[in-house]
Ligand binder design. Sequence first.
Ligand code: 5RP
Length: 260
Amino acid sequence: MNWGMKNRISRIIKPKTGRCVMLAVDHGYFQGPTTGLANLGETVAPLLPYADALMITRGAIRNWIDPAVDIPIILRVSGGQSILKELSNEIITTNIDDAIRINASAITCSVYVGGEYEKETIGNLSKLVDEGEKYGIPVLAVTAVGKEMARDARYLGLASRICVEIGAHMVKTYYTEDFGKVVEACGNVPVVIAGGKKLPEMEALQMAYNAVSDGAVGVDMGRNIFQSDSPVGMIKAVRAIVHDGKSVDDAYEIYEQEKK
Ligand code: 5RP
């Protein structure tokens, strides 16, 4: 791995703990104005001091994020589909030149293993890895799960391993029972979990705790943070689990205190 690639990864996965809290706000790329993100700038601003990286599209960053902000950007460079149609029909929407102009610390696309356009989305990842390797920009592969797929360790391990074999530098997947097997399937490639649909805060914190206990380097969480009744409380609580090794109860207390 070249110097630039290592340097960018260490801006995201903090060397002090080997962990990271990514804040995902890229949902609009196929969902439109997702609850909590209609005014993305207002939602994100108070959360940035507690996030290690921001996952976002180029349109959203240019519209809502101050360029003077000090946060590594994980640029969502895929899209082309919507919730109204087949989700796996994804293309690369942003070229590497624009990712460099934005000063992206990583680029990301989704891979739909088992989806109708499986081969095309694996091809997207492969092209990003080629471009990323050329310029020292790491690629975060997201294992997107079609409606018909089981989110179990067997499926997520298969999807994540394929991303690793294609050359992804980081993998984002979903938490599941036997998550250690998913992490194991990724070898030395760091794994983070997505939060998924909004859960009660305690359950979301438990999931983050279980994920890091099973070997994830952290989370790339969206709705369970920005749709919480205390988004700042929730990101602080997640951070306490991921970086400080706090228990779920202690983290929940942090969330409660901030809510008050
Ligand atoms: C979509 C994504 C989203 O960023 C992802 O789902 C993270 O957000 P959440 O925690 O809300 O699931 O990658 O494919």
